[in-house]
Design a protein around this ligand. Structure first.
Ligand code: NAD
Ligand code: IPM
Ligand code: MN
Length: 354
């Protein structure tokens, strides 16, 4: 209730295109007594190329004071000579996730009636696909712990060291158990590679087992990351909640998107469960330079991400209205028909408005 300070980072490529539609839907979905005070931050490739700035400290400080954040996507064309690799990904997106302590990267996956899955009728016939990936968001191989020696020579050695702390693993595992406990099936699967990554794997396994003791009614399961890829494509119904590390979670959730109707539908929340800083909501997809500027991107993932934002702010009914509107929109999609980005946004907004 009252005023919500909303920071918006449209970003690059299709980011601004889909964010416009998400904001449209957010406005009509929010309860009447919620007023958004919006601040837009022009962070991304354009600003970097014009000024050399990625995320100035003063801007980060302002962002930290918002109640919630909505992000489109950041990143330029692959291998653009003017844009060093990772400059925006690491310096902007990951910096926000780390600085704002987004240790739960929440990525729900559902096959909605009406979404077009590439899975066979055989696989789909086994039942509903509805799971959520709790991807660790502040550690793993993403921390930038590593380096390169003798760069450019035939003796070059490059390392990216995965950082896993007991503190970081335990808090995300506990959050995942709590989420599993709130769902009807109450099942949590740890996905890792404990047979090879024995140091990190032992830590994850030990804490998973320990925290399981506090959630006696949650069924636990484990699979190695490689086998998890098999099950996602042959038996996705076995998953309810998945908890996993930062990099495995990144990969799992693109496949999860692909099997549940496409990357254009996959929403995410970078959540700070302790609410010591604003959480940030964004589609799973990137800036899609291959289709940017044509207004043909599907804004549904960004719209569903706005729904996750409303849910996080304590408005589950508004979030549900968005999801219902998306389901209705998907059901009404004509195969082969190509609607433009704003048409999809308008259609979903109209359904939310009733
Ligand atoms: P991508 O997700 O941008 O695109 C992958 C494929 O999916 C492309 O063919 C694209 O056209 C398609 N696609 C993506 N979103 C779509 C949508 N809403 N509707 C229809 N089609 C869609 O991944 P990429 O090509 O590997 O990366 C492009 C850039 O985005 C890179 O710079 C990368 O670092 C960055 N990136 C950013 C984020 C983020 O901001 N969260 C996420 C992933 C990638
Ligand atoms: C995502 C993206 C990011 C990630 C990149 C752009 C840093 O792929 O949000 O899934 O790997 O987390
Ligand atoms: Mn990704």
């Amino acid at each position: 209730t009252g005023q919500v300070n909303l920071g918006v980072i449209p970003g690059d490529g299709i980011g601004p295109e889909v964010t416009t539609e998400a904001l449209k839907v957010l406005e009509v979905a929010a309860p009447g007594d919620v007023k958004f005070a919006q601040t837009t931050y022009d962070l991304g490739a354009e600003r970097y190329l014009a000024t050399g700035e990625v995320l100035p400290d003063a801007v980060l400080a302002e962002i930290r004071d918002q109640d919630a954040l909505l992000l489109g996507a950041v990143g330029g064309k692959p291998n653009d000579p003017n844009l060093p690799p990772g400059i925006l990904e690491r310096g902007l997106l990951l910096k926000l996730r780390f600085e704002l302590d987004h240790y739960v990267n929440l990525r729900p996956s559902r096959i909605y009636p009406g979404s077009v899955s590439p899975l066979s009728a055989d696989v789909l016939g086994k039942g509903d696909v509805d799971f959520v990936v709790v991807r660790e968001g502040t550690e793993g191989p993403y921390t930038g712990n590593g380096g390169a020696l003798r760069v450019g020579t035939s003796a070059e050695v490059a390392t990216e060291v995965s950082v896993n702390t007991a503190y970081g693993v335990e808090r995300v595992v506990r959050d995942a158990f709590a989420r599993a406990q709130r769902r009807p099936r109450k099942k949590l699967t740890l996905v890792h590679k404990t047979n090879v990554l024995v140091n990190a794997g032992s830590l994850w396994w030990r804490l998973f087992e320990e925290v399981a003791g506090e959630f006696a009614d949650v069924t636990t399961d484990y699979c190695h990351i490689d086998a998890a890829m098999i099950y996602l494509s042959t038996d996705p119904q076995r998953f309810d909640v998945i908890v996993t590390d930062n990099l495995f979670g990144d990969i799992i959730t693109d496949l999860a998107a692909a099997i549940t109707g496409g990357i254009g539908l996959a929403a995410s929340g970078n959540v700070n469960p302790d609410r010591t800083a604003p959480s940030m909501f964004e589609p799973v997809h990137g800036s899609a330079p291959d289709i940017a500027g044509q207004l043909i991107a599907d804004p549904t993932a960004a719209i569903l991400s706005a729904g996750l934002l409303l849910d996080h702010l304590g408005h589950p009914e508004a979030a549900a209205r968005i999801e219902e509107a998306v389901i209705a929109d998907l059901a009404a999609r004509e195969p082969g028909a190509r609607r433009r980005t704003p048409e999809i946004g308008d259609a979903i907004a109209a359904r939310v408005a009733g």
